[in-house]
Design a protein around this ligand. Structure first.
Ligand code: FE2
Ligand code: FE2
Length: 164
């Protein structure tokens, strides 16, 4: 990886996000299956569809830049998803496990929000307004997914978990 210019840095962020999204795409079906709450399973399933579109957007961006998608892995996302997988594998009360899954999933969303926010800002600074717009779209979806998880935790799942 070279980091001599803001362009290099944008590319680095985009490749990190690409690796993260690919990993998330593989993990979401497992989280959907593990969720006891149908509402939580629905949030995970809907976010899988969004994740596929976010990967398409990244593909479009790499094409626009004339660059390859590969070249970076995202060990941070590997770690976050490994923690999620540990919860899935854990024995326990379904409502408590759902609360744990939400907390793990929100960590993933916050990582993505940081990544898309940074990449969007670099794209803006470089004058790539169409790329910035695509990244903003994905950023908005990550915020919305985080809000949905938060609302679910506050309205239903944590309440259930507290009664066990
Ligand atoms: Fe995403
Ligand atoms: Fe996400």
């Amino acid at each position: 990886m070279k980091l001599n210019s803001l362009e290099d840095l944008l590319l680095h962020e985009l490749r990190d996000l690409y690796s993260a999204e690919m990993q998330i795409m593989k993990a979401l079906p497992k989280l959907t299956q593990a969720a006891a709450s149908p509402a939580l399973a629905e949030v995970f399933a809907a976010h899988l569809d969004e994740t596929e579109r976010q990967l398409d957007r990244l593909d479009t961006i790499f094409e626009d830049l004339g660059e390859a998608t590969h070249g970076a892995s995202c060990p941070a996302m590997e770690g976050l998803l490994e923690e999620g997988q540990e919860i899935v594998a854990e024995e326990g009360d379904p409502a408590v496990k759902d609360a744990a899954l939400i907390a793990a999933a929100q960590r993933v969303e916050h990582y993505e929000i940081a990544g898309y926010g940074a990449a969007r800002t670099f794209a803006e600074q470089l004058g790539y307004s169409e790329i910035a717009e695509l990244l903003q779209h994905s950023l908005d979806e990550e915020h919305a997914a985080d809000d949905k998880l938060n609302n679910l935790a506050l309205s239903e799942v944590n309440f259930e978990a507290a009664n066990h």
